[in-house]
Write a protein that binds this ligand. Structure first.
Ligand code: NAP
Length: 335
């Protein structure tokens, strides 16, 4: 039987995931959804057969909802995730798991009380084929012990509502998760440097930002976050080990030769770049939920660790100094 999914929050990505589950994921169907704006929820489920419920409590409690997808805005995530865990239902939560480490801790506490893991966090890069290849190489010892990594995260533009702290909370959070995963280590300190500001910016925004992370084992990661780079969406990652390097492959684009030039298009947004990763992420989650096995994607501990590091990165942005994350040891429950 298909996994019956209830969706909380039907804005941009909630609507995308409803279409994804309906059109592209096998073995799952959306049966209920809610949003603060009920009309928006109705538009999001139109044609799927799913019904609109009054609120997140109703979605979690519904007898025909086997699993919950949380795609509301970040500050509301933890409450819905805790409710789903307390109801004993698997829950997929878009990043961030929580907007503070304290709220993320509430999710860890709820899972501990429940006694088994039910939470997956939407760090979809782990399902990107290029990052998966890098993981295989590093885990297989293909470049020796990792020493350093160089990362780039560029967006063409951001809306005026984007503020300087979001460089860590919304943008770098993806690299924070993926570097913890690739290097199999926690981040122990962060520093945020602020180069000359681009003139293509809103007055309130510090852009670009240059972030330096230290892993507990001593490896160093640098990350350029530049969210008004104008020309396109670009993600770069290279890990340097004692015996070699491994680099994230680019998505291939047709090579055009014309008017004396050779060119390839530059992707314009993360939807194009990570569409396949989102599909794989959801198919894997649905398969594992259907099998009744713990999901193997990023878990509540990964969501907690990302919250601890982004909190530290925001403090580092304001202080200019090196900020220790103070992350505690990973509980055996998440080994
Ligand atoms: P969005 O368009 O603002 O959608 C959020 C929706 O949830 C809105 O319709 C909002 O209603 C509703 N909502 C807020 N609190 C709610 C609650 N307690 N119960 C029910 N509905 C609630 O935002 P989005 O771009 O879809 O992003 C949603 C989440 O996905 C964010 O956490 C974001 O960081 C994450 N995301 C992840 C990725 C990724 O790369 N994995 C990409 C994009 C977004 P109102 O607008 O009326 O408040």
């Amino acid at each position: 039987m298909a996994v019956r999914v209830g969706v909380i929050g039907t804005g941009w990505i909630g609507s995308e995931h409803i279409r994804r589950i309906t059109d592209r994921v096998g073995g799952a169907e959306v049966v209920a959804a809610t949003d603060i704006d009920a009309d928006r929820a109705a538009r999001a489920v139109a044609g799927t057969g799913a019904r609109v419920l009054a609120g997140s409590e109703e979605v979690v409690a519904a007898d025909d909802v086997d699993a919950v997808v949380v795609t509301s805005w970040g500050p509301a995530h933890a409450e819905s995730v805790v409710a789903a865990v307390e109801a004993g239902k698997p829950v997929f939560c878009e990043k961030p798991l929580a907007t503070t480490a304290e709220d993320a801790q509430r999710v860890l506490d709820a899972e501990a009380r429940h006694g088994s893991r039910l939470v997956q966090v939407g760090f979809m890069r782990r399902f990107d084929p290029g990052y998966a290849q890098m993981k295989d190489v590093i885990a297989g010892g293909g470049v020796g012990t990792p020493l350093m990594a160089h990362c780039v995260h560029r967006n063409p533009t951001v809306p005026e509502s984007y503020h300087s702290e979001m460089a860590a909370q919304d943008t770098a959070v993806h690299e924070i998760d993926v570097m913890r995963w690739l290097l199999d280590d926690e981040i122990s300190s962060v520093q945020v440097l602020t180069p000359r500001r681009t003139s293509h910016r809103f007055e309130h925004l510090r852009d670009p930002q240059f972030m330096l992370f230290e892993m507990a084992g001593g490896a160093r990661v640098d990350l350029e976050v530049f969210v008004n780079c104008q020309y396109g969406y670009e993600i770069g990652c290279e890990v340097v080990g004692e015996e070699g390097t491994v680099r994230l492959p680019e998505i291939p684009g047709a090579v055009v030769r014309s008017a004396g030039r050779r060119s390839t298009p530059v992707l314009q947004d993360w939807v194009q770049r990570f569409a396949a990763a989102f599909d794989t992420e959801f198919q894997t989650w649905a398969d594992e939920v259907a099998a009744g096995t713990p999901t193997t994607g990023p878990n509540a501990w990964d969501g907690y660790a990302a919250a601890v590091v982004t909190d530290a990165a925001v403090r580092a942005l304001h202080s200019g100094g090196v900020v220790e994350t103070g992350i505690k040891a990973r509980p055996a429950f998440y080994a």
